[in-house]
Design a protein around this ligand. Structure first.
Ligand SMILES: NC(=O)c1ccc[n+]([C@@H]2O[C@H](COP(=O)([O-])OP(=O)(O)OC[C@H]3O[C@@H](n4cnc5c(N)ncnc54)[C@H](O)[C@@H]3O)[C@@H](O)[C@H]2O)c1
Ligand SMILES: O=C(O)C(=O)C[C@]1(C(=O)O)C=C[C@@H](O)C=C1
Length: 362
């Protein structure tokens, strides 16, 4: 089976890694740039790579379009003019679904079928170097098949995506764009605006930058997303985003009023409502930066404490996926976030840390 990936970046590269070395699968990457083609092969992200669209598409059983949203339709049009393998499935990973699914409906693919897709996992990083086979694990993977897509074709794509260990969910394209506009695109705009607001104050006094800590960093991680990727997403979902931004202005105005009128109860109510809603969100829909299997450990500020924890874990053959110092200031206890790849590793680590009298929480 041949799987072709156009755009072997964060998402395309991660998909390639999910499929590579699986039985009877050959993964082929495409790039316009001969140096990138060589890099994909050298890094073993794909089995083969080419700069020729025709060669990449020829005989492919599945084609994944993983380029920026603004290029998806162009690629689909090019593919529609090529002789595709019978029953070839073309899918995309774009963060918006309405325009590409309408485009697919308006053109006829020779022998092929188009099914829109969007893995709800990612990161602020981009490019093939950020790709990982774990990216989609436990995340939702949205598919937006046209009602006319035969069930057995849809099933073929669903079966292949099992390699991503994601959870497939079928949603219609326009509902997808409404919801993802609110839970992904709007937050990216807010994060960027907030960072830019603070950057202006920082021009006058760089203490802003130096004091920016947990809250600011947590809220603004996504402001580091790739500018071209986000330009395309926001312009493509402009209609929905303009409504959402108007609603956002109302939310902000609410706070202006509450503060102007010293309405402490109103402020409390806003926080309480938000906290109640947030606590109901599913525990884990992870990107590469978060994990289902995390534990937080309180650590005292003395030399060797991190080494002690990691070597004790190593002695018990518990492998760490990631380690992060959340807070570390002289004389003040800090917090260590330890991430594991499996529930079993997490449980063993927690047992060990408790034995060693560390205070752990989740
Ligand atoms: N970043 C995320 O968190 C995320 C999550 C889900 C879906 N997506 C979607 O996935 C797609 C890819 O995003 P990404 O984050 O992997 O970006 P990326 O920048 O890591 O990868 C984009 C790929 O497209 C290629 N590309 C860029 N411009 C090109 C051009 N002009 N011609 C040919 N190829 C070109 C790049 O070489 C790269 O391989 C986008 O449609 C995005 O909306 C992104
Ligand atoms: O985790 C992140 O950094 C992301 O931005 C991932 C994220 C999101 O907003 O949740 C970004 C874009 C996608 O299309 C899907 C997922």
């Amino acid at each position: 089976m041949k799987i072709t990936i156009f755009g072997v970046g964060l998402i395309g590269g991660s998909l390639a890694l999910c499929f590579k070395d699986k039985p009877n699968i050959r993964v082929v990457g495409h790039s316009n740039n001969p140096k990138s083609v060589q890099k994909y092969v050298d890094r073993k992200v794909v089995d083969e790579a080419t700069t020729s669209i025709e060669e990449a598409a020829l005989d492919a059983d599945f084609i994944f379009l993983c380029v920026p949203v603004g290029l998806l339709e162009e690629y689909l049009l090019k593919l529609s003019k090529l002789p595709l393998k019978s029953d070839c499935i073309i899918t995309d990973v774009g963060s918006t679904k309405e325009s590409i699914t309408s485009c697919a409906k308006s053109i006829s693919l020779k022998n092929g079928y188009f099914i829109g897709g969007h893995p709800m996992a990612g990161s602020e990083r981009s490019g093939v170097d950020a790709a990982t086979s774990y990216l989609f694990e436990n995340a939702f993977y949205v598919l937006t098949p046209d009602p006319e897509i035969p069930e057995h074709i849809y099933k073929r794509l669903e079966d292949l995506l099992a390699y991503t260990k994601s959870q497939i969910i079928k949603v219609d394209a326009s509902t997808h764009d409404d919801i993802v506009g609110a839970i992904s695109h709007l937050p990216h705009i807010i994060a960027v605006s907030l960072v830019n607001q603070v950057a202006k104050y920082n021009d006058q006094n760089d203490l802003y930058e130096r004091l920016a800590a947990g809250g600011f960093k947590d809220l603004t991680r996504i402001a580091s997303g790739d500018p071209v990727i986000w330009r395309d997403i926001l312009l493509n979902n402009k209609k929905i985003l303009l409504h959402l931004l108007e609603d956002w202005q109302l939310e902000i105005s609410k706070f202006i009023e509450l503060l102007k009128s010293d309405d402490g109860q109103g402020v409390e109510d806003q926080f309480k409502f938000a906290s109640d809603f947030r606590s109901k969100l599913p525990e884990r829909r992870k990107g590469v930066m978060t994990s289902l299997f995390d534990v937080y450990v309180d650590i005292k500020d003395h030399p060797g404490v991190i080494g002690h924890i990691t070597s004790e874990l190593g002695n018990r053959k518990i492998s760490l996926k990631n380690i992060e110092i959340i807070e570390s200031r002289a004389e003040v206890p800090g917090i260590l976030r330890l991430s594991f790849r499996s529930e079993n590793d997490l449980e063993n680590a927690v047992e060990l840390l408790k034995e060693l009298s560390y205070s752990v929480h989740f």
